[in-house]
Design a protein around this ligand. Sequence first.
Ligand SMILES: [Fe+2]
Ligand SMILES: [Fe+2]
Length: 186
Amino acid sequence: MIEPREATPSGNVLAFLAGALAGAFAVRVLPPVIAQLAGAMRDPFDDLTADHRHFVRLLRSMEESGPDEPVRRTALLLRLKRGLAAHAMAEEDVVYPLLHDEAEVEEEAKQLYDDHGDIKIHMYALERMRKDDPAWRGRVRRLRMIIEDHARQEETVEFPRLRRVLRDGGMTRMAADVQREKSLIL
Ligand SMILES: [Fe+2]
Ligand SMILES: [Fe+2]
């Protein structure tokens, strides 16, 4: 009778490593790839504009929240932080480089990066601030105004400018790349 061969310890280790690698591949690599494929079918500028509306809604809720609602303020701030991180990554790693290289507006692209820096500094201050601080509402309001100005510039000037210079293939590729970047954070 032939005895079934037992897996050697090194075979077990290899099987484990293969499984771990496959798992890591599925978790780390597949979502961005799937997002990239799905994203190619959406209008990236509409998608980014919808994000802007979402941020303003969250900021208004933060402004309206009271000092007796620290948990709500913290939850809203975290939602905003997560959304801004994904949005900023897509713009900073895809949209602004295209503005710089394809639309050839160097100064304008750098100004947009600079605006994101201001937004991050305000977010840091809000994270550090006690959630019942009387200055909360004013700081949120200032952040909302910065984000509204920045979004207006993108929606009315920079996105249309980029839309004009990108050919069909360029738009499809940008749409896919925007979704891939966002999926790395979400
Ligand atoms: Fe932006
Ligand atoms: Fe934006």
